[in-house]
Design a protein around this ligand. Structure first.
Ligand SMILES: CC(C)(COP(=O)(O)OP(=O)(O)OC[C@H]1O[C@@H](n2cnc3c(N)ncnc32)[C@H](O)[C@@H]1OP(=O)(O)O)[C@@H](O)C(=O)NCCC(=O)NCCS
Length: 146
């Protein structure tokens, strides 16, 4: 398994993975736009086949933000998510940031466990954050030495 930068040819596959992973989809154009904006965009590839992606950026001067991460259902629990997030965190760590934060659906227990393995802590719940009324759990990671 390798983690590499997203290329435009990956767009359809990333969209497929997002669609199977979330009830609410960003839409394929949003991925294209985020790519054009220059946000961090990595994919995990197994034998030439894209099996996961992560999107991240600097939202505020000293805060990194994980926009989205997902792994193809058929390739979960094989550490692709871990490899993607390790790489995203290591890139963000080079940028003198204090924290990395993210929002995750409060009912998404699996993803919350996943983030806890990175030592992400729970900040608070934002009620009604998602369109379907679900709340978002805000989680953050203090970067070492800051
Ligand atoms: C969350 C997600 C990206 C994790 O990717 P993954 O490649 O399956 O995760 P990993 O194999 O790297 O998991 C690492 C560790 O995280 C924890 N973990 C991951 N998924 C978990 C789950 N469903 N339930 C409990 N713990 C989980 C485990 O400790 C796991 O280690 P283990 O398999 O040795 O027990 C993947 O489940 C996914 O795409 N989910 C749907 C989309 C989503 O919820 N994205 C995050 C919200 S923004």
């Amino acid at each position: 398994m390798i983690v590499r930068k997203f290329k435009p040819k990956d767009l359809k596959r990333v969209y497929e993975i997002e669609n199977m992973s979330f009830n609410q989809s960003y839409g394929i154009n949003m991925f294209q736009q985020l790519y054009e904006m220059g946000v961090g965009f990595l994919v995990a590839e197994e034998d030439g086949y894209v099996i996961g992606y992560v999107l991240f950026w600097i939202k505020y001067e000293n805060q990194g933000h994980i926009i989205s991460i997902a792994v193809d259902k058929n390739y979960r629990r094989l550490k692709a998510g871990t490899q993607l997030l390790v790489k995203a965190i290591s890139i963000l760590s080079l940028l003198s940031l204090d924290t990395i934060y993210l929002e995750v659906n409060e009912n998404n227990a699996g993803a919350i466990e996943f983030y806890k393995t990175f030592n992400f802590k729970i900040d608070r719940v934002v009620p009604g954050y998602y369109e379907n009324g679900d709340g978002a759990m805000l989680m953050y990671l203090h970067l070492k030495g800051r």
